[in-house]
Design a protein around this ligand. Sequence first.
Ligand code: ATP
Length: 209
Amino acid sequence: MLEVRHLNVWYGAAQALFDVSLQVDVGELVVLQGLNGAGKSTLLQAIMGLSPRATGAISYQNKSIERWEPHRRALAGLGYVAEDRRLFTGLTVHENLRLAARGDVPAREAQALQLFPALADMLDRPSGRMSGGEQQMLAIARTLMTGPTLLLLDEPCEGIAPLLVEAIRDALLRLKREGVTLLVAEQNHILAAHADRTLTLAAGQLRER
Ligand code: ATP
């Protein structure tokens, strides 16, 4: 489904990823581990087309996408939830959901709210007035409004209260059961126990185990 070959990424003169190759198959949950600064966020951003400078090949559903703009990658089915969530904090939950929506919007909204029932009770709340965990749910739900087939998640359970961590973990596992493919960067081993495979980045290089 997703294939990355010989990926190198630079920030200015500093190289952050070195010859990274990986594959994610349909329906898999792959967890990407590594210490701070190992390059996890950089890898997800490169897959999404957000890197300042990258070389290598990326294919998705057998199409070469490495030259595509991020928006085109999103249209092809890649959904990305950044570590900082990128919500519009002045807008309500409902407005955040609707902003990114594509396709059958009411059906997607119903599905997202079923996955995160807590959001259904706060549709009119500005997202800036939600807890970190609630914001994370909204960030994931907003990405689901685009109908992704592959979800790229950067530290989805980092710094979140335990009860909400469970809700987010269970929602992600449910998405997997429903056929969504997941590539999750995390340091805190929340999803690793459920992963089909774990990849580890160290100083910009990948090893599989
Ligand atoms: P963290 O969990 O701390 O985000 P990470 O594994 O996601 O860690 P990255 O954020 O991808 O790691 O960082 C990889 C390397 O690239 C680090 O050396 C980091 O300092 C560098 N880096 C990341 N973003 C930038 C940037 N915007 N400009 C310059 N260097 C960057």
